[in-house]
Design a protein around this ligand. Structure first.
Ligand SMILES: CC(C)(COP(=O)(O)OP(=O)(O)OC[C@H]1O[C@@H](n2cnc3c(N)ncnc32)[C@H](O)[C@@H]1OP(=O)(O)O)[C@@H](O)C(=O)NCCC(=O)NCCS
Length: 203
């Protein structure tokens, strides 16, 4: 059994190295851009091709949450892989759904749930009893305290801090370095300390 990647991006390089360290064979990549022939040492086969994937596993290695969702929904019958770096500390009582990637140095604490096709990026920390929706991206060095809910498709930027017991809505963007101390409505773009809504996120 091999794992293929869909999306020949910088993000794919990070996932490929985690797969290598976990001794999982990489079958190659797909990308809608036919100009991309290789990524690292791996062949890029152009557009996604079911026949090439056969019964192997797939990870959608696209950073954009909405594009990742569209690809996942078009190909819902595929056997998606879940990738967890060896250095990540994931509680035995946490739940991590398929298609999600958990990068180096991540901590996920007790009874936290992580949805489908999320990116839990390098050195981020998600404390106990959090609920992270599908297609969410928690960027490097962000910290979510306990019992935080994050809605589908939301992007938490780098170095964000969220205090306990908050609800961050769906398809929000939380700007790099923001400190979130209040609930955030769906589709908000928020920046600063304390985090303030600056506009709506049109997806
Ligand atoms: C919040 C963010 C999405 C806004 O991007 P944008 O829609 O292109 O908005 P702009 O750059 O036009 O900025 C709008 C205003 O917000 C301010 N702003 C933008 N990002 C900010 C941030 N992170 N913190 C504080 N203020 C910020 C800008 O200075 C600007 O202020 P002004 O209107 O007074 O000039 C973006 O700046 C950001 O922080 N993205 C997170 C990126 C990230 O962490 N990626 C991780 C990849 S792994």
């Amino acid at each position: 059994m091999k794992t293929f990647l869909y999306g020949a991006s910088g993000h794919a390089k990070v996932i490929a190295e985690i797969l290598e360290e976990n001794n999982i064979q990489i079958g190659g990549l797909f990308d809608d851009n036919p100009e991309i022939k290789n990524l690292l040492e791996y062949k890029c086969f152009g557009k996604y091709d079911e026949k090439k994937l056969k019964n192997n596993k797939l990870i959608i290695s696209v950073g954009d949450n909405n594009i990742r969702k569209n690809i996942a929904e078009k190909n819902s019958l595929i056997n998606f892989d879940t990738v967890i770096d060896k250095s990540a500390n994931v509680s035995k009582r946490a739940l991590v759904k398929k298609g999600t990637v958990i990068m180096k140095g991540v901590s996920i604490n007790s009874e936290t749930k992580i949805g489908y096709h999320c990116i839990i990026n390098t050195n981020s920390s998600i404390d106990h009893d959090c609920n992270i929706g599908d297609f969410v991206h928690i960027s490097p060095n962000s910290a979510l305290a306990g019992n935080v809910f994050v809605g589908e498709g939301t992007h938490i930027g780098t170095g964000v801090n969220v205090i306990p017991n908050l609800i961050i809505g769906k398809w929000c963007v939380i700007g790099a370095g923001a400190v979130i101390i209040n609930n955030i409505p769906d589709f908000s773009v928020v920046v600063g300390n304390p985090g303030k809504i600056i506009k709506e996120n049109y997806i």
